[in-house]
Design a protein around this ligand. Sequence first.
Ligand code: KG4
Ligand code: ZN
Length: 356
Amino acid sequence: MLCLGIESSCDETGLALVRDGKLIAEKLASQVDVHALFGGVVPEIASREHLRALPVLMRELLREQNLTTDDIDVVSVARGPGLQGCLLMGLSFAKGLVLSTRARLAGVNHLWAHLTAAGLEQELQYPSLGLLVSGGHTHIYLIEGPLEFTLLGRTLDDAAGEAFDKTAKSLNLPYPGGKLVDDLGRQGVVNKKLFPVPYVNNDNLDFSFSGLKTAVATYVNQHSHLRLDVMGQPDDRDEDPAIAQERKNMLASFNYTVGRTLEVKVKRALERNRGVKSLIVAGGVAANSVVRSVMAGVADKFSIPLVLPPMHLCTDNGAMIAYAGYLMAEAGCWHDLDLDAIPRGRVVPCDWICDA
Ligand code: KG4
Ligand code: ZN
């Protein structure tokens, strides 16, 4: 079974081919540089970039594999959550392909696709606990099968990735700031008390990062020498080494605080779901070095394996969408042409059609 995956939910256009559950080829066109000029994703520009990139990537992908659209059995597309206009670009492209070939359509949940992406490299076990930490979401799921996800906890305000990006922005570091905050923080010394660990003194599995955002903003306002005059990467050669180190220390403390928050809630979720066979951590923030090492410790404590997608499958990509579509098709499930896009903030419905 040859499955084409189409990702266009935000600012990455991703296409990939998965044959019988194995990734055979992928293409990614990142718009990060375009949006960095504006300090965040501009939805209108993102949609137009997807429209421009999709046919080009598609031609390259098929040509390099000596394939044609007629070889595709399943067209899998991220149908949400995401930016509505961006999702519609992917959906229209997918529907056009389905109409002109004999392929079936699979509309996949972008968040679930992040969590099952590791299945491209290793067999996933069920039930598992899933932590999805991305730019738009911080969700904990109980995953009982490829199409059986129960939401146990979610962020009430900002997502973990947003907290990283806003911390970067407060220091005038370029967008998206997560990777740089991670890299600089790794060179710093943690002060565990610098920022309060947000929203853990309760009994639930939800997150709230807005208090941490305020704490960071207040700290930067009180230590304004840490903010770069011009947006960009700090350059050790023309900065006071003491200031550069102070910024690194602050970011190390920030990384610690996010890691600790995730640790408390994931441990709590595992205590309440003792039967799970693995801990899956996915989404852009799963690339964070502190998050990775904290989650390794948690999995170890509960004597279960930690499943982390390789770095290139952590951030948005077409391969995870192709694989999620493959899982859907394997279960005999698909969508018709009524498939609609689901914007961020709305629950993605389980409205697929299943062969008996
Ligand atoms: O999953 P993703 O690629 O896109 C969404 O679906 O949101 O996640 C993007 C987010 C951004 O907020 C980015 O700053 C963050 O992931 N990110 C990181 C790291 N790499 C990417 N955050 C912390 N540490 C990293 N190494
Ligand atoms: Zn994503």
